[in-house]
Design a protein around this ligand. Structure first.
Ligand SMILES: [Zn+2]
Length: 508
């Protein structure tokens, strides 16, 4: 889907090159000056011939320019250019919506990282006269409509997304994701206005479309794609109605990133009065801030917009453990960036002296390990570090995830009783680490709502735009070999991390 876009970028780059050429017209070189004087000696007939040639050349240039600008194909986005008839969108005239007889219930929708997660259901009551057991599969279909040159309306299925389904008595539940970071990728849509419908395929091969209903008013969902070649797309998802039939409207348009929207947020661990783990004169807070500043510069060089949760200007007496949910605390600052990814940068430590430490990356318990695994592989390859042999919470080489266990939940309940507040509502699939859980919003069951007076609250806990968040433990500061490797190979670690992000952006 992105091939057209790539071409446009190429053309744009060529144009920029042309424009950047030094303007030779305004500069008269000594050689040219010499030519000017010698012109006087040219005969009249030669002069006429040259004028003729010049005019011919001008005409040819105009012709070439006309051909080139037509080849670009894309309607120019200047205000006074009319869009071509074939591009005109007549979304309200969708035949699919007009013919849709049934309405399914939209139960939940949110984004996590670059993934769109939609959950809903369709019940026997919705499908009057149809046996629910005759349904073979459900999918989400993205449709586009436009008027042809002869005025006829063309309706096209642009993309079909298969859904996970589960039949329970009289109801089929459907979902665009099994893991929250593996829903519909929002990174590859081309500019247009689309309509999203639920497609029902029956056992006999017949198909039908359903619209959506959502209890209460559906809040619009807004997503900005990651910056690629300096370009971003804005995707607006809203529930709209056509002749009383609700459908999901999906608008994609090129847009600059607003001031408060970033691609990536970096969170150097600890800070304030909390040095984190220590070995001799080295501490985690200082080392990870140093890494973060250089990672930010390296990612910005690649064109990404990067934010930091702290930059070292915080009060050295600040108790960061108690202020992380304040207005300027790391949780609210990270959430306010609307980034797609957050990387929390840490160093591990162990009370028992270990001979081997190694790298670990933690990711959300509700997601797949794909992002973390890709990142570990890239960092190990570039830096020459090694994978942690630690087995607790391990998923695969260097990749870890941790949810609340029942005993964690029990002790958290006990804390609530002791401190006199209503216990939080977590489950055994709620992430244990706050930077992973709280940045995911609805997707990860963020729950810090101010009921515990010692903390503030996460103002973004109900956010539908979850940030995919990982904790990178580069190595063990308590293991001398790890610490030396981290001190001496910063550029290589950073190169690996940047490769990890670039790889992900290229392949997703
Ligand atoms: Zn730490």
């Amino acid at each position: 889907m992105s091939s057209k876009k790539d071409k446009e970028i190429e053309i744009e780059m060529i144009n920029t090159k042309e424009n950047n050429k030094p303007n030779s017209k305004n500069r008269t070189s000594p050689k040219k000056a010499a030519k000017k004087t010698s012109k006087k000696k040219i005969s009249k007939s030669t002069k006429t011939l040259m004028v003729f040639i010049c005019i011919a050349v001008i005409f040819m240039c105009c012709g070439i320019f006309f051909l080139v600008s037509n080849k670009a194909g894309k309607p120019v986005k200047s205000k006074d250019t009319q869009p071509t008839t074939t591009e005109k969108v007549v979304i309200k005239d969708f035949v699919g919506i007009k013919q849709a007889e049934y309405i399914s219930t939209l139960e939940e929708y949110f984004t996590y990282g670059t993934s769109l997660c939609i959950r809903g259901s369709i019940s026997a009551e919705d499908l009057t006269g149809i046996d629910i057991n005759t349904i073979d599969k459900l999918s989400l279909v993205l449709k586009k409509a436009y008027t042809n040159e002869d005025g006829s309306i063309v309706e096209e299925d642009i993309e079909e997304f298969s859904l996970y389904t589960e039949l329970n008595e009289n109801k089929i539940s459907y979902s665009s994701y099994e893991k929250i970071n593996e829903g519909i990728s929002l990174e590859n849509f081309t500019d247009n206005e689309y309509c999203m419908l639920l497609k029902v395929t029956y056992n006999d091969g017949n198909t039908e479309y359903c619209t959506f209903d959502y209890e209460g008013k559906m809040e619009p969902l807004c997503y900005y794609t990651i910056t690629k070649n300096g370009i971003n797309q804005k995707i607006d998802m809203t529930l709209e109605k056509f002749e009383d039939k609700p459908y999901i409207s999906f608008n994609v348009a090129e847009s600059e990133l607003p001031e408060d929207v970033y691609d990536i947020v970096l969170d150097p661990g600890h800070g304030g009065n909390d040095p984190g783990a220590v070995n001799g004169s080295y501490n985690e807070a200082v080392l990870m801030l140093d890494y973060a500043l250089d990672i930010k510069a390296a990612l910005e060089k690649e064109g990404y917009k990067v934010a930091l949760t702290r930059d070292g200007t915080e009060d050295p007496n600040e108790k960061m453990a108690y202020t992380m949910y304040n207005e300027n605390g790391r949780v609210n600052v990270a959430c306010s960036t609307n980034a797609k990814f957050c990387l929390s940068l840490h160093l591990n430590s162990n009370a028992v002296q270990l001979s081997r430490g190694g790298i670990q990356i933690y990711y959300t318990y509700r997601g797949s390990e794909s992002f973390a695994k890709n990142m570990v592989e890239n960092i190990v390859e570039a830096s020459g570090t090694y994978i942690s042999p630690m087995l607790a919470f391990r998923v695969s080489d260097g990749v870890y995830t941790r949810a609340f266990s029942q005993s964690d939940i029990d002790s958290s309940r006990q804390d609530a009783v002791n401190d006199g507040y209503e216990p939080y509502n977590m489950t055994t699939d709620t992430d244990y680490y706050f930077m992973i859980r709280e940045l995911g919003g609805k997707a990860t069951n963020a729950y810090v709502d101010g009921r515990n007076a010692r903390y503030g609250s996460n103002r973004y806990r109900d956010s539908r735009n979850g940030i995919e968040s990982c904790i990178i433990e580069f190595g063990f500061i308590s293991v001398d070999d790890d610490l030396n490797h981290i001190l001496n190979n910063k550029d290589k670690y950073i190169e690996g991390l940047v490769n990890g992000i670039n790889d992900w952006v290229k392949t997703n």
